[in-house]
Ligand binder design. Sequence first.
Ligand code: SF4
Length: 694
Amino acid sequence: VIEIGQPEHSVVTTCAYCGVGCSFKAEMRGEELVRMVPWKDGQANRGHSCVKGRFAYGYSSHKDRILNPMVREKVTDPWREVTWEEAYAHVANEFRRIQYQYGRDSVGGITSSRCTNEETYLVQKLVRAGFGNNNVDTCARVCHSPTGYGLNQTFGTSAGTQDFDSVEHTDVAVIIGANPTDGHPVFASRLKKRLRQGAKLIVIDPRRIDLVRSAHVEASYHLPIKPGTNVAILTSLAHVIVTEGLANEAFIRERCDWSEYEDWAAFVAEPYHSPEATEAYTGVPAELVRGAARLYATGGNGAIYYGLGVTEHSQGSTTVMAIANLAMVTGNIGRPGVGVNPLRGQNNVQGSCDMGSFPHELPGYRHISDDATREIFEKLWGVTLNNEPGLRIPNMLDAAVEGTFKGLYIQGEDILQSDPDTKHVAAGLAAMECVVVQDLFLNETANYAHVFLPGSTFLEKDGTFTNAERRINRVRKVMRPKNGYADWEVTQKLAQAMGLDWNYSHPSEIMDEIAATTPTFALVSYDYLDKMGSVQWPCNEKAPLGSPIMHVDGFVRGKGKFIRTEFVATDEKTGPRFPLLLTTGRILSQYNVGAQTRRTDNVVWHAEDRLEIHPHDAEQRGIRDGDWVRLASRSGETTLRALITDRVAPGVVYTTFHHPTTQANVITTDFSDWATNCPEYKVTAVQVSPSNGP
Ligand code: SF4
């Protein structure tokens, strides 16, 4: 029995874990958080929550938190605690020295999808207005950057089309490359409710995820594709729809470019796209593909939901466009129950992308080369902006290894653990002269840092997060920052130390600036959010109540664009040395690299990552359940315990990546999406052999 005291007051705020964006009442006694209660009026969760949001907040007061700034000359030196003023002055002097010595473009910044919109906005502003370049990127680079690119090309905006309520009108749900039960649990519950009411489900995934068959829910079709063949299977589904006369021509004529459609339809109708032809490399029996295509095209309102199993591939952007093609060819866009819906991993991935975290885009997804947009910011910020796109994270690391990139400000990210090709990330960081890490804990990246700035938790600040349905939710300060300052204040102090005239007294003023410069946020303010509860962008004069559903009367880009999606097999091949394909995912009780959930006493169910392996593959190798195994790829190797299960098909192995000892990114390759550099985390050729343990 855990004794909890009676709360004295409560504050409504937003969960800082996944992209569902659940609202909670944080019940407090003085400065102590007594419990988190799912808020019944929360528009994304309506009183529901998962175990992480409800119980996993203990990290906020964990003993590992660093509360004082620290500096060291060399990364081999011990850390030395300094005052905040000394830390700001040190960073400002170092970044100015580096730019004087190596040039304006030798420094950059990385924003965090765990921080608020306002904090993200300030980091990109510091890079653009303070550093004078566009070397800013975000952790969305390694997760949903293909969503931004693909949906922008086809529909004209880099965001999902629906709200979560929409699922209540769905007749056929397609889940591809996502495992909502573990990754987005509150949405999964709403989907299951709809399925129990009679809606049909198609799952496209190499693994038999929970939704394929669980209590009172069974998918009509599970297409267990070989990892890396998403584009082939989606184009094959389109082949069936077009060649069997199931296309919604009335919708296409009205809403899309007809000549582009004809070109695309001729392309997908080619015999080599038929399910019978693609079966050889997707591994999915043709009759399953034909059945699933017919169900999606004729079963009523069809909605597609997808996750990182779509984006983290060498053809991630192509896959997103192939999904958009399917929605357009069936007319499943622009009304409740349909659409294309990326399930965002982190709480504020949508927001960090919205806020101009990419090196080619200012807030609101406007290209940096657009003179009129730059002028808006130049007038307000009192600077002349560089019109050349800056460096992406992988380019920053390459440039560091080459000796031209020397200083990096990283807010709330652990790129050594979360980015691909760990050796290359380490080499890039080691080659820099000033790495500044701002975080709650001394993370793995901090091993290469020269300055550590303590971060603040979501409980310690005001701001907003934007969830996967474009819903802007308020984050409200529940307690004083244990380190003394919220992250936005730290960035402002850094900017001031670098000579910038910033004087925000509250994050609401930052949101006012965002609204003044970004048309999709034009009516957003803290007062308006308090009045409405939350709003979904675009929220402006055309849509004063926000926009639960997009592309209702027309696509943002005008006509919807069909794009040919030719399947190109990844360069990552299996062979005699590496005969199995590794893919990765998450588990309900943990979150990403586990920095928060592993430091929370009340989440104890997932003590280690395990390697799921099919009984046939395990037997061939003499591996028993629970044995230690060596997992090796062309990039590196690690050791973990085996979990024998037929959830994975023969030839496929699977693991989660929540514990640093698993070192999943030591194994993964350096292949990435052709359009966005999003790493190909979901396909790695590996060998598995018995081991005596680490
Ligand atoms: Fe909701 Fe996601 Fe937080 Fe769980 S982790 S409470 S589903 S926002």
